[in-house]
Ligand binder design. Sequence first.
Ligand code: ADP
Ligand code: XUL
Length: 531
Amino acid sequence: MADLEDPPVFLGFDFSSQQVKVAAIDGRLDVLHQSIVHFDSELPEFRTQGGVHLHGDGLRVTSPVLMWVKALDLLLDKMKTSEFDFSRVRALSGSGQQHGSVYWRRRASETLSQLDPDQSLHQLLQDSFSVSDSPVWMDSSSSQQCQDLEAAAGGAQRLADITGSRAYERFTGNQIAKLRQTRPEDFQDTERISLVSSFAASLFLGDYAAIDYSDGSGMNLLDISSRTWSEICLDAVAPHLGRLLGAPLPSTSVLGPVSSYFVRRYGFSAGCSVVAFTGDNPASLAGMRLQPGDVSVSLGTSDTVFLWPQQLRPALEGHIFCNPVEREEYMALLCFKNGSLTRERIRNQCAGGSWEVFSAALRDTPLGNNGNIGLYFDTMEITPAAVGLHRFDSDDTEVSSFSARVEVRALVEGQFMSRRVHAERLGYSMRTRVLATGGASSNKEILQVLSDVFNAPVFTIDVSSSACLGSAYRAAHGLVSESGVSFFDVVKNAPEPQLVATPHPAAQEVYPPMLRRYTRLEERVLQQRPT
Ligand code: ADP
Ligand code: XUL
């Protein structure tokens, strides 16, 4: 048991696409513990690939909600086995892959409030979900509902002005509209809809947790200026939707104490607070301690680019979310679906499945790839909305293949040129530094290409997941935010990001013309019919 003199500990969880992770930090923000449960390999009974099920047409993508529940059981059991002292945890928070939705069956709140500590969450919550396969961010099957929502709001730009984004298939409002139309009985049987983040918070709270403003901004339902649900959007999606969602809250809110289930089963202190969970990208922003002017590139299952914009300027490309750490501020985000999974495919095809060989190909090929450019959209991309594989030689002639090494560089350069071109459209212009995070940020050669293409130094933080770390920081901040302490005061002693790559001197000559060509070639691909 901890006594009052023991230094406090804060936990951050991340329910991401392929795994659930946790990081524990102490009051000095040093990382004390990290654990992970990987869905495909550690929970094979759910038969996921990359954490998801792909359905027939390739557009519908779901994850089993009970897999997330079971992964949490396993994660906490691993912590217990490693003798982690739960009684020292003063507050916990977390994040979830954005946009995914969880449908709680009628009377699930009763079950949640009376969890028997002798049983696992997975046993106890078997019958608590009206929809067993949650639609996730990779789903792009709600095009019709997107059109309907934009029409109801008065057009795509008008919807972006209200919610920060035009309608996107993966955004939760459109997924809810589709579910209501295609599975009316399951919808009727639902008493509450959570995001993955607020679902995870609900498990810890033993009650339905509020959706926070920041993750709530990824639904096409929140008015990001007033930070309330937009009645126009709610009405367009489903009657009485406000009741099913509950009122949204600031991302810094303390939701309440951890439920007695965790006190009795794992030895948490009854005074441990649950701070609102948020999306994985907002949590990463906190973990990277992003400042106005910085750009962060996250290389996870999806690649994302985020910025701290100086002005609120929602556009037809990219997203504006409420900022998770500063109540009055915003964050801008771009999401690219063909990130790590495409890099893995090319690694398997061109580098015998080895990151070492993949990295060697990057080292052994010149900046600019002798003019060869590739656009690799294995699945329908979000930014831009294009699909298929497109390779161009130095004369902009489309070719059917590249040698293995050229393919590897074309993929990584093409991905980063795309990240830069689209970030610039969203207002990115500073050349100060790029903060890199996500699984592939452990790869120095990939980060060297990032640095060259952005012509800026690249920094990273030494932790397995910035979303976890950001969640732990947010837990610590949540406890004091009501007394006016800023997030940056709480994290001021956190370790500084480490410099990992500086741009090659030739980069500033090589890439400006390549970026102009990339922009033209992307236009050309967009005008072609899908392959
Ligand atoms: P999530 O989006 O689920 O949080 P992560 O940020 O942990 O995922 O990223 C997982 C991805 O990291 C894997 O799909 C893998 O392709 C990539 N990855 C891991 N190690 C390397 C490496 N050495 N080089 C390139 N990519 C890597
Ligand atoms: C962001 C997005 C993904 C998910 C999964 O809009 O769809 O980044 O958050 O990481």
